[in-house]
Write a protein that binds this ligand. Sequence first.
Ligand code: FMN
Length: 179
Amino acid sequence: MDYEIVVRNRRSVRSFQEKDVPDELLIKLVEHASLAPSPGNLQPWEFIIVKNRDLIEKIVSTTYSGNVKTSPPQTWIKSASAVIIVCYLSRPVSARYGEEGRVPGLLGIGAAIENLLLSAVNFGLGACWVSGFKSEELSKILNLPKGSEPISIIPVGYPKEIPDSPPKLPVDDIITLIK
Ligand SMILES: Cc1cc2nc3c(=O)[nH]c(=O)nc-3n(C[C@H](O)[C@H](O)[C@H](O)COP(=O)(O)O)c2cc1C
């Protein structure tokens, strides 16, 4: 698909068809995520693809709506064919850059997630970047080792509904062009 179309068609999709996304396609999304830039090319990430319905149910129970930890879980995630948990591996980054490396490391995670979201559009899939979850609870459920921190949950599926784009700021308002 033409890049202009891919980038313009990306939406946060929150409702999905009851249709399986083949494993090969999910793996392809992660492969594209892994091509993202990262500080020192350390690639401090890990991607856990979950299709098991019971485990997805437990993952959803760690989420909350809005920005309030006591708000109800984001139950719409259950309609996804799979969820991909993106984890930050802090050890290689702190070993090379100390605590200073955390922000660049997390920015690399963001780049990988955007690659994944754009790749999903290219395959006719929908996805959403979810960060409203209780990190410690999710770590426990996934049995994550120390040094692996869940940063985002990405529900993926064939979209049932593709929302209109929410308003974006006019480009002229966000650019300073210095010549
Ligand atoms: C870091 C981050 C965290 C987000 N967390 C959530 C979330 O927990 N739940 C959700 O429904 N959407 C979440 N979103 C999606 C935003 O709500 C969405 O990107 C924004 O409303 C703009 O819509 P668009 O993605 O369709 O352009 C998140 C987005 C980002 C970048």
